[in-house]
Write a protein that binds this ligand. Structure first.
Ligand code: AMP
Ligand code: ZN
Length: 113
């Protein structure tokens, strides 16, 4: 499968890691939209939020337990941060491997769309 985030997990494409454990990886977005812009992904390939189900949702729980730790390590927990997952074409999902953007480090726009 030609998935760039699977290649990042395998180390075939370099990334600047922010967090890693046996199940998930967080790395800095190559085109940051805010001073802190980190992507959190499951190591297993899940295409998008739309593919979350009973069988794979444990990893989502793990991701969301880890996000506050990553936010704290990057000192955005006090002032706040945004967590986004684009799902599908209307949402402009460009990489079809589930990822959660953590954005922070400045006042973000009120606009959600
Ligand atoms: P999305 O548009 O929500 O699918 O987000 C995909 C994100 O992946 C974008 O913000 C890209 O800048 C980022 N991205 C694409 N390739 C890489 C890469 N090799 N390393 C880090 N971030 C990447
Ligand atoms: Zn993948």
């Amino acid at each position: 499968m030609d998935c760039i985030f699977c290649k990042i997990v395998k180390g075939e494409i370099p990334s600047k890691k922010a967090y890693e454990d046996e199940k998930i990886l967080a790395f800095y977005d190559i085109n940051p939209q805010a001073p802190i812009h980190i992507l959190v992904i499951p190591k297993v390939h899940i295409a998008s939020v739309d593919e979350i189900n009973e069988d794979n949702s444990e990893i989502i729980s793990h991701i969301f337990k880890t996000i506050p730790k990553i936010a704290k390590e990057h000192a955005v927990n006090d002032k706040g941060y945004r967590v986004i997952s684009n799902c599908g074409d209307d949402a402009c999902q460009s990489v079809k491997h589930l990822h959660f953007h953590i954005l922070g480090g400045r006042q973000l726009s009120e606009s959600m769309a």
